[in-house]
Every structure is written in C-alpha cells, then in structure tokens.
Design a protein around this ligand. Structure first.
Ligand code: SAM
Ligand code: SF4
Length: 343
C-alpha cells in the first residue's frame, strides 16, 4: 500500500487516498530516471586520498536532512517512478540510526530496492541485521588487498575490519560487490583485488577516477589498461551481457572466477545516454548530474514549501543535462568533493 508522499510515516492518509500509481519519469532527452543515490552524511571515518584526504569541515547537524526529511523525499520520488535507492555518504554507517533508516526506507510502499555503499569498516556487526531487514545488496569500497597499501590510500590501518565486513556480508547472504578506484600506481594491486571474485560470489568492480574533488588531481589508468593487466592472470576474461545492478558497470567473466569483474569507465567510455539516476546530497541538494554544481534545493522546499516537492523533483529530473563533461575540465562546475555528493 502506497502512503501519502508528504508524510511517509503516516499510514492513515494512505488508507484514505488509497494506492497511487507510480509514474515513469523521463528527462528532457527521454531517459527514464528510476534510481536515486541518497547521501545521509558528509562525514567519514576514512581519508581516502582521492576523495577527502584532509577531511571536510563537518556541517552543523541542522544543515543535514533528518531521516524524516530523507524519507519524505524518497516517498515523493517513489510516486514519480524512482523506486530504487542507494544509501551512501560520506560513510553512511557513521551516522547514528543508519540501519533503522534503511529499515524504514525499505518499508516505504513502492520502494523496490535499497542498497548500501560503505567502506566496510563498521559493517561486520551490522551485516546480519541489514540482511534480515531486506537490504538488497552492499557495495564495499576496497582499494587494496594488502594492509600497507590499504593504509596508505585510506589513511587508516583498517583492512582487517573491512575483510570482516566482507565475510559478514557474505555470511548474511547479502549480494556483495567490491569497488576499487583505479589510482595511479595501482597496477600491482589489481590482480590481488580481483581474486576476491575467485572462490566466492563477489563482483569486483574497477572505477576510473573521476575528476571530481580530490580525484581531479589524481588521474589513474583507464579500463583498457586494467583489463590488459587482469588478462595476464585470466586470459579468457570476456565481456558478458548481464545486468547485475542499477549502474552502468560492464561485466566480464573468466574461467576460475565465481563472481564477475566490472568496470565503471565513465571517463574513457562515456555512458551518459544510459544514465538512470539522480543524487541527493546530505544537505538536500538534488543533483541531476555529477559533473555540474546545479541542483534543486530540496531542503529549502521541505522546510519552506513542502507542497512544491513533487513539482521541484519532477523539474530537476527533466532538466538533467545530456552528458558529463569530464573531458573538458573547464566546463566542470561541481566544486564539492565526492564525499559531499555521495559518489
Ligand atoms: N564511504 C562510502 C564508500 O567509500 O563506499 C560511500 C561514499 S564514497 C564517496 C562512494 C564511492 O565513490 C566509493 O566507491 C569511492 O571509491 C568512490 N569515489 C570517491 N571519489 C571518487 C573519484 N574521484 N572518482 C571515482 N570514484 C570515487
Ligand atoms: Fe570516505 Fe568513501 Fe570518500 Fe573513502 S571514498 S574518504 S570511505 S567517503
């Protein structure tokens, strides 16, 4: 049963007005937008060198959307056809109440899928509960399979905790993907990371560094270079036409791999024509495209004129730009870092 979009916590209005059919929302270029990344915090317990090497000035709590406000946005988005959500951050698990928020998001009528992106440090004790409440999958960031490199990249000697998080996610039956950013000098790290897909049903995805935030100063290898290195270990690594999530990753299989190897190659192989998403920052800015600063201020709408939420959301989606402009740095207007956007 769908509930009132303005008050997701209340079942009574939903009962009065009954089910509202979900719509399909298309942008000005005809792309269907059905997926939203929800950043619930700008804070993080790591300092990944391509993301927030020096931390960020933490925002006052009042600047961050409350869980109720986030649910209000999600409930409205659902009525417009956005039915799949990724909870992200900063590090989402550092915000108190994250698991309960996931539970409430998952329970919103019309929500078809909720997944979580995390650095995995705090995941081990929570994985069972997240699986039990119906989380549909977890993406865990892991940029190195050895302790020394992991600490050098993230600023924290936390590899054992992340490994425990991965084990716990699998043991709980969560669909698990690893995300590794293709950093300069990562060549020796790729095969050890890909080995996570060997014996267990884990997809390992390699992400090209996007020129956003600290990543702008840290270009790394692209998909083709990474593929060549991986083929030295798995010569028959070959593309498969499988859809394994909501994203643009292209997947490869090989003899000897249980999981898949994926690439998110936004820089070398633009996939904007297939883009299906919008992003909500923790401060309530709805971003139609990663590359541009332009955003709809949903926090102002939520706090000043909540009746306008549906229309504002619809308008922001419609105005989604045709494509990113990573190839032309002078055209990138986004100044926030990835931890402030949600990745
Ligand atoms: N803290 C969580 C984590 O690390 O998974 C969630 C937030 S993080 C910003 C989301 C994703 O963005 C991570 O997989 C991270 O590796 C990726 N990321 C951060 N900066 C990036 C950049 N400049 N280019 C590509 N990916 C980036
Ligand atoms: Fe934190 Fe994730 Fe950014 Fe690393 S990538 S600093 S874990 S937000």
């Amino acid at each position: 049963r769908r509930r009132c979009a303005l008050c997701p916590g209340c079942a009574i209005i939903g009962k009065i007005f009954g089910e509202r059919p979900a719509q399909t929302m298309r942008d000005q270029f005809g792309r269907t937008i059905d997926y939203m990344r929800l950043s619930i915090t700008d804070r993080c317990n790591l300092r990944c060198r391509y993301c927030m090497p020096n931390g960020v000035q933490p925002l006052p709590h009042g600047d961050i959307l409350s869980y109720e406000e986030l649910l209000q946005v999600a409930a409205t988005a659902v009525t417009l056809g956005i039915t799949r959500f990724k909870v992200t951050g900063g590090e989402p698990l550092v915000r108190r109440g994250c698991v309960d928020f996931v539970r409430r998001l998952k329970a919103l009528p019309g929500v078809e899928q909720v997944t979580l992106t995390t650095n995995g440090l705090l995941l081990a004790p929570l994985a069972g509960e997240l699986a039990a409440l119906g989380l549909d999958g977890v993406n865990i960031s892991l940029d190195a399979a050895d302790r020394r490199s992991y600490a050098a990249i993230t600023g924290f000697d936390g590899l054992d905790a992340v490994r425990a998080g991965i084990d716990a996610a699998l043991a709980a039956g969560l669909k698990t993907k690893l995300n590794c950013v293709l950093l300069a000098g990562c060549e020796d790290r790729l095969v050890p990371l890909a080995r996570y897909a060997e014996a267990r049903p884990i997809d390992v995805r390699f992400i090209e560094v996007m020129p956003i935030g600290a990543g702008a100063a840290q270009p790394g290898p692209g998909r083709d270079a990474a593929l060549a290195l991986l083929r030295a270990a798995w010569p028959n690594l070959h593309p498969v036409q499988e859809r394994r999530g909501n994203g643009p990753a292209r997947y490869y299989a090989a003899d000897g791999l249980t999981g898949r190897i994926g690439f998110i190659d936004a820089v070398s192989h633009k996939f904007c024509a297939r883009c299906n998403r919008v992003r909500l920052t923790s401060t309530g800015q709805l971003k139609p495209c990663l590359c541009y600063e332009a955003a709809a201020d949903l926090r102002a709408v939520l706090r000043g004129n909540p009746d306008a939420l549906t229309q504002t959301l619809r308008q922001a989606v419609f105005q989604k730009p045709r494509a990113h402009c990573f190839e032309d740095r002078t055209a990138i207007t986004e100044r926030r870092g990835m931890s402030q956007i949600g990745g």
